[in-house]
Design a protein around this ligand. Structure first.
Ligand SMILES: NC(=O)c1ccc[n+]([C@@H]2O[C@H](COP(=O)([O-])OP(=O)(O)OC[C@H]3O[C@@H](n4cnc5c(N)ncnc54)[C@H](OP(=O)(O)O)[C@@H]3O)[C@@H](O)[C@H]2O)c1
Length: 329
């Protein structure tokens, strides 16, 4: 009989990729959504993926959704609680929104871990994969302290490691910078058309020569499959291709024929453009990656399987229709 994977976040980028990957491998896939009748859930159902309703803020619903699974993949959404409260909390201080979103993400992450621990007692669960990030506060030796979406997930990982029985069956997936940020992050973290010109300009903090881990979110299924096939307690960097931002954009320009430029920005400039914590949150993520990297303790996909194939940046750029972005940028 086919094994079952339960995917929390199945209607999103990471979970959607995991659900599709495992479905294609013949697994029984159970996606979790707060609404089984949403358009995203209906798309999953049309692909043969069942959708169960559960909410990370409602422990019993999570237990039901996790029950009977051989593998659980879980991702938490930092940004919804951030943006829901940003208009008010950002007026209090430039840390209040980040601190609030961190508290929500840590609480939800711990609830997920507790639910997985409970379901472990059934004896079916073989692997729990949590989508995390390293603490950039620690990674930068305390220099950068506004990357709350990194630090929150790292706190959940620490909590998971304390749950000894569950940790024996778990692995961590640290997703690199989404290659899609180019178009999805707008003026906060994405690229924009230069005023009165044709070039696409991406202003980034950190040294231009710095190499960053870029990930095509659709590769998430490949990484989770690797973690299911490998011994537990892995701390994997989910990276499709390492590159500098300059290389990233030069490949993009080659593929699209549109000239581009990466300009060096500063954290203060990002803060000025998006005050109240948002600019710093985004800028300090890039700055930490540029100056300090993501941590030597992380294993790479090729360390787990030398033959693993991830999507190249060129392959990703070639597969996309860039016209809507170029019209709106
Ligand atoms: N952008 C980047 O470069 C980058 C890099 C690494 C990591 N990340 C992290 O990726 C995370 C977001 O992952 P994503 O892009 O896959 O998410 P996404 O596409 O924004 O989707 C969010 C998912 O979370 C689910 N969800 C939200 N609140 C929920 C709740 N209360 N109960 C149950 N499910 C809930 C949603 O399901 P329903 O709406 O269907 O309920 C949806 O499936 C963020 O925390 C971010 O920090 C981003």
């Amino acid at each position: 009989m086919a094994k079952t994977i339960t995917v929390l976040g199945a209607t999103g980028n990471q979970g959607g990729a995991v659900a599709s990957f495992f479905k294609a491998q013949g697994w029984t896939v159970r996606g979790i959504s707060r609404s089984a009748s949403s358009a995203s859930s209906k798309t999953l159902i049309s692909k043969g993926i069942s959708v169960v309703e559960a909410d990370v803020d409602d422990f019993p619903t999570l237990i039901s959704a996790f029950s009977g699974a051989h593998v659980i993949f879980a991702v938490t959404d930092f940004w919804a609680p951030f943006f829901e409260t940003y208009p008010t909390l950002s007026k209090v201080s430039d840390r209040t929104t980040g601190e609030h979103a961190l508290a929500v993400e840590v609480r939800r992450g711990k609830t997920i871990v507790d639910a997985a621990t409970k379901v472990l007692e059934e004896g079916n669960l073989e692997r729990f994969v949590f989508s995390t990030l390293p603490s950039f506060k620690d990674q930068s030796g305390g220099k950068y302290t506004y990357a709350y979406h990194f630090d929150a997930k790292a706190l959940v990982s620490e909590y998971l490691k304390e749950q000894k029985a569950l940790w024996e069956k778990s692995s961590l997936l640290n997703m690199g910078f989404y290659a899609t940020n180019l178009v999805t992050m707008g003026s906060v973290m994405g690229a924009n058309k230069e005023p009165n010109g044709n070039r696409i300009i991406w202003r980034r903090t950190g040294r231009n020569e710095a190499v960053h881990p870029f990930v095509v979110p659709n590769d998430t299924g490949i990484f989770v499959d690797l973690l299911v096939r490998s011994p537990p307690k892995q701390d994997l960097l989910g990276v499709s291709e390492m590159a500098t931002y300059a290389t990233f954009m030069s490949i993009w320009s080659e593929v699209t024929g549109v000239p581009s430029e990466v300009e060096q920005g500063t954290e203060d400039e990002a803060d000025k453009a998006h005050p109240g914590g948002l600019g710093r949150e985004a800028a300090e993520s890039t700055s930490t990656s540029a100056e300090f990297g993501w941590g030597k303790h992380l294993v790479l996909p090729k360390d787990l399987d030398p033959n693993v194939k991830t999507t190249s940046l060129r392959g990703y750029f070639e597969s996309e229709d860039w016209r809507p972005f170029l019209e709106d940028a």
